[in-house]
Design a protein around this ligand. Structure first.
Ligand code: AMP
Length: 425
């Protein structure tokens, strides 16, 4: 596949350098998007020419606008429809928000087809002849089977977070969608990693795609400080509490299972934190409430499972905490992509149990880097007591010499990595 990166200007381009229509530039200006992110400056001019693209970019790099902007511009200029296929409901709603914000001025209508939402309403939205259809593969196939999903006039197809869709077992549904859309179309595929099954889709279903890449497949975002604590299962809650006490901003906590997520969330709330949970046992409205509350600051902590967390687009999450080390190394990349978004600094902490060193090594192999193992801080017993109504006032960690924060707690120092970091092996 040809690489486009050679032709990208070294100087930071502006949106006005990207051959975007002046009216769209006005909208971007109004939305305060001034400087394109690297994936945007690479992908937008190529997509505007109608070429197929494989975009290797993690979430948080601005890839939504990278496909939404050219799709909107092309749909304004020509008849036809755009379709975005993506792995989760949350991501679908966030992508739709971007299309509405940018395309609304031009009368771009959208429909969102996701599981867990009433199908009749979706059918009504489809009868309204939307310009852009955004959906998860399962529900899109439901509509396709009921002949309510018009794919015969699709001009631009986006497969977003393609690696995750394949990991979730959506390959058959994606194949059906690829077979149902016209051959003469533009395909934009975005993925954080580039496994063989994605290469296969590219060779079988795309036309000489231009590869645009903002980071090596499997690399983590540069601005994220990463550290590991080796900890027994029984002491994880104590460590979580010790770390959260020093976290001033929002924290996203990952649990391996939905039952685990529920338990962590309950314990945090009993300890006095404002925490919400997001996993597949929660209804769509509960997930939305949790996500909105996390975005608005009503909840400081969001506890999530991997699948539910896809597409969580909240700027400036201070800390991603892997309460359970991810089962698959690829998920580590997705998880920590939630902090340090759009160039902001972030912090990722992972709890690994003593017998999970092989998982640390798998992650290190994937990210081609060594992870720091930090010393455990002093910890108090964090067992929740029913009578505790508010957060403990003092940190259990050693006093910090830095400037005190407004709320009297020492500034978050980022786990224990400032103590005695040592290599993971
Ligand atoms: P995404 O990777 O598409 O989920 O975007 C991550 C975050 O970056 C979102 O909150 C976007 O609103 C934000 N963002 C996207 N493009 C830009 C840009 N050019 N300038 C500033 N923020 C952006």
């Amino acid at each position: 596949m040809p690489s486009h990166s050679d032709s990208v200007s070294v100087n930071q381009p502006k949106f006005s350098d990207l051959k975007i229509h002046p009216k769209l530039l006005e909208v971007l200006h109004r939305l305060k998007f001034e400087t394109p992110t690297p994936i945007q400056s690479q992908a937008i001019p190529v997509a505007l020419e109608g070429k197929d693209i494989i975009g290797i970019a993690q979430t948080g790099t601005g890839k939504t606008l990278a496909f939404a902007l050219p799709m909107i511009e092309r749909l304004i200029q020509m008849k036809g429809r755009g379709v975005v296929v993506l792995p989760t409901r949350e991501l679908a709603l966030q992508v739709e928000e971007v299309f509405r914000k940018v395309g609304g001025t031009f009368g771009i209508r959208t429909a969102v087809l996701i599981g867990g939402a009433p199908i009749d309403r979706q059918k009504r939205d489809l009868r309204n002849n939307p310009h852009v259809i955004i959906g998860t593969p399962g529900r899109m196939i439901d509509h396709l089977q009921q002949r309510t999903l018009p794919l015969n006039d699709v001009k631009v197809l986006v497969l977003d977070e393609a690696d995750q869709m394949l990991d979730m077992g959506f390959a058959p549904q994606i194949k059906k969608i690829l077979e149902a859309v016209p051959r003469d179309r533009q395909t934009l595929l975005f993925s954080a990693t580039m496994p063989d099954n994605i290469v296969k889709i590219a060779t079988q279903h795309m036309k000489l795609p231009v590869r645009v890449e903002v980071a090596r497949p499997g690399t983590t975002i540069d601005t994220v400080i990463q550290e590991i604590f080796i900890i027994e299962k029984s002491r994880k809650d104590q460590l979580l509490d010790a770390i959260l006490k020093e976290c001033e901003g929002t924290a996203l906590v990952f649990s391996r299972t939905k039952y685990g997520a529920k338990k962590i969330c309950r314990n945090l709330n009993l300890t006095g934190y404002k925490a919400a949970e997001i996993h597949s046992n929660r209804s769509l409205s509960q997930r939305r409430e949790a996500l909105d509350g996390f975005k608005s600051g009503r909840y400081q902590v969001l506890v999530a499972t991997d699948i539910a967390a896809r597409g969580i687009d909240v700027i400036g999450i201070e800390l991603v905490l892997n309460y359970d080390i991810p089962e698959f190394a690829e998920d580590y990349v997705h998880r920590i992509g939630r902090t340090g978004r759009a160039g902001q600094p972030g912090h990722a902490i992972t709890f690994a149990m003593p017998d999970q060193r092989n998982k640390i090594r798998q992650i290190e192999r994937l990210i081609e880097d060594t992870l720091l193992i930090s010393d455990l801080p002093q910890m108090q017993d964090a067992r929740p007591s029913q009578s505790q109504g508010s957060r403990p006032a003092h940190s259990s960690r050693p006093a910090h010499s830095g400037r005190p924060s407004q709320n009297g707690r020492p500034p978050y120092r980022g786990g224990g990595q400032k103590h005695y970091p040592r290599r993971a092996r």
